[in-house]
Design a protein around this ligand. Structure first.
Ligand code: TRP
Length: 338
């Protein structure tokens, strides 16, 4: 596979996702679409973070299957292995190795204060393992290994990005400039897609009622059913007003994201029409957009040889960059080299 990687900005971008088969249209609009667009602007490295995933208990067969399923979905959405480096975290041993070194530059108190650690500890009280606490350090290792200038993440990852920057600066100050200190890039407000049944909440795979969440692998019937039940309001006008009309505004956000139309265009299109018509149109649009993606994902999943070849090439390319950074770190901290 030829690497035709060339970026407009010359800057390096790193991002990772955990392997799950429950990605939602919120993930698609907020993250995946963006990852596709960024490929032409930056030198992109995208990882499937299976080492982060095991910080909560996983079914081995599920974890294995989800790794390929996420890969196939990304490829189906337009992430192009000729333009970026796409790999599985555990295929590059440098992540665990650098995380160990960075552990000695990270304070226990800092990790105990992490919001996500506290939330997950409460949620998995029977399994507050060291990996859960160390999660941000592994994430820092991911980012710093690839000299990333920019890291696009959800707002929930901001604290982890900040600690990554702190660790990088700390190391650079003790030794000499070694790590690139990355910038976090966060989605613009409004890019957030809400639950269809409770628009005050973010659309999420872990929501208690799956009827409010549209998954990337939902079939047409499920999509239509879910949109039909979406909460609206009593005004009866398709108008964007997130404060007064959170349900309709959310549907407008989804509709414009999938059609590329502006809010004003969409409002004009549905002027004088009822909510029933509007919901059907949104549902049809989403179903029409997802159908080819789902078909391509299924086709790719039946071609395991191809998927493996993408991951082998990705791991090879990732290792080249990561091992060079790790060697530099080992030299600076005084590890005797042969
Ligand atoms: N923790 C991130 C999430 O759950 C995934 C992740 C792991 C990540 N390593 C990363 C994101 C490095 C950005 C950079 O969303």
């Amino acid at each position: 596979m030829e690497n035709t990687q060339r970026s407009v900005t010359g800057k390096r971008l790193y991002s990772a996702v955990q392997p799950t088969n429950a990605l939602t249209i919120g993930n698609y609009i907020g993250a995946i679409r963006n990852m596709v667009a960024l490929q032409d602007e930056y030198d992109c490295t995208y990882a499937i973070a299976n080492m982060h995933a095991i910080t909560v208990r996983q079914q081995p067969a599920q974890l294995r299957a989800n790794t390929l399923s996420v890969l196939a979905l990304y490829l189906a959405c337009g992430i192009d292995p000729a333009k970026c480096t796409l790999y599985v975290q555990s295929h590059v041993p440098c992540h665990a190795e650098l995380a160990w070194v960075l552990n000695t530059f990270t304070y226990v108190g800092e990790m105990e204060r992490m919001t996500q650690f506290k939330d997950k500890s409460a949620k998995h009280a029977d399994n507050i393992n060291m990996g859960l606490m160390d999660y941000p350090v592994l994430m820092a290792a991911d980012i710093l290994l690839y000299n990333a200038d920019v890291v696009p993440v959800g707002i929930d990852q901001r604290q982890h990005l900040e600690i990554c920057r702190d660790i990088a600066v700390r190391f650079n100050n003790i030794y000499s400039p070694t790590f690139v200190v990355p910038e976090g890039v966060y989605p613009k407000v409004g890019a957030k897609i809400s639950d269809l049944l409770d628009p005050s909440k973010k659309m999420s795979k872990s929501s208690e009622n799956a009827a409010g969440t549209v998954f990337m692998n939902d079939d047409r019937d499920a999509i239509i059913r879910k949109f039909r039940r979406a909460v609206t309001d009593s005004e009866g006008v398709v108008r964007y007003d997130p404060e007064a009309k959170p349900g309709i505004s959310n549907l407008l956000s989804i509709y414009t994201a999938f059609t590329g139309r502006s809010i004003a265009q969409a409002e004009a299109e549905f002027a004088g029409k009822g909510y029933g018509d509007f919901k059907s149109a949104v549902a049809e649009t989403v179903a029409d957009c997802l159908a080819p993606v789902q078909a391509e994902q299924a086709r790719l999943l039946s071609d395991k040889q191809y998927l493996n070849s993408v991951l082998e090439e990705g791991a090879r390319r990732a290792y080249k960059v990561a091992s060079a950074t790790l060697a530099k770190v080992y030299r600076k901290i005084g590890f005797y080299q042969l």
